[in-house]
Design a protein around this ligand. Structure first.
Ligand code: FES
Length: 253
């Protein structure tokens, strides 16, 4: 992880309380896998940095795309940042999703809310590696949806909304039975309650889960992100051992 100033070259509201931030800087050269995150210092009023997953990157243009949702004062202050300003960024952090030479034909991507963005570059890389991609994306309502057309460039997309205002009314798990059979491996990111339900339903398949929702300091110091693991060590820190784990490696509670 390195610390650098990244220049804001785009900043747009794309859905309810959700923004797309385009940053330029050489941190992009250190990204190893989709699903890694950067740690943003919003300004001097906020001691803690905000971890935001990297949704996409362009190495040639030296840009990264971040999608974030306003969750509190820090992310609310981030919305006021203008194109042309610099942001103090630490990154890239954590592990990412394996995306190459997986030996699979068909991948199932399951994202919920702000867990959808880290799956975007994964979908792109899987498609480029010749893997068929099916995506199931869950949101609260139509006004919360984003990236749905972008995912459609890589394969079938199934949308669910809690209130039924777009796609299937309900949760991502309501759609899984109709799409999972042809898929060899699953990849999922979203709220822990969703990850737990997805893991339970797809436990007969190999899979990877990203647990970025439960992150604190983001640098391995506070142990606020500990999750139970299925081995002698007994735990993992999401920020530095994850946020992406083999689904069988961790216990979700
Ligand atoms: Fe602090 Fe992981 S978020 S140790």
């Amino acid at each position: 992880m390195k610390r650098a100033l990244m220049n804001i070259i785009g900043h747009t509201k794309i859905a309810k309380d959700t923004y797309r931030l385009l940053l330029k800087g050489d941190i992009v050269h250190d990204i190893k896998a989709p699903g890694q995150f950067v740690h943003i210092q919003v300004d001097e009023r906020f001691y803690l940095r905000r971890p935001v997953s990297i949704s996409d990157m362009d190495v040639k243009e030296e840009t990264i795309m971040l999608l974030y949702k306003v969750m509190g004062k820090g992310t609310d202050a981030l919305t006021t940042k203008k194109v042309g300003e610099d942001l103090d960024v630490l990154g890239p952090g954590g592990s990412g999703f394996p995306a190459q030479n997986l030996g699979i034909r068909h991948a199932l991507l399951v994202g919920g809310g702000i867990g959808v963005p880290p799956l975007y570059n994964l979908a792109k890389q899987l498609k480029a590696d010749g893997v068929e991609v099916t995506s199931v994306l869950g949101f609260q309502s139509a006004e919360d949806t984003f990236l749905t057309e972008a995912f459609a460039e890589f394969g079938d997309v199934h949308i669910t909304t809690n209130d039924g205002s777009l796609g299937t009314k309900g949760f991502v798990t309501d759609v899984l039975p109709s799409v999972e059979e042809s898929c060899d491996m699953y990849f999922t990111c979203g709220p822990t309650v969703m990850l737990k339900a997805v893991k339970k339903q797809l436990d007969h398949k190999p899979g990877y889960i990203s647990m970025e929702e439960r992150m604190g300091c983001g640098i391995g110091a506070c142990f606020a992100c500990v999750v139970e693991a299925n081995d002698e060590k007994g735990y993992r820190r999401i920020c530095c051992d994850g946020p992406v784990f083999d689904a069988k490696e961790v216990v979700l509670s």
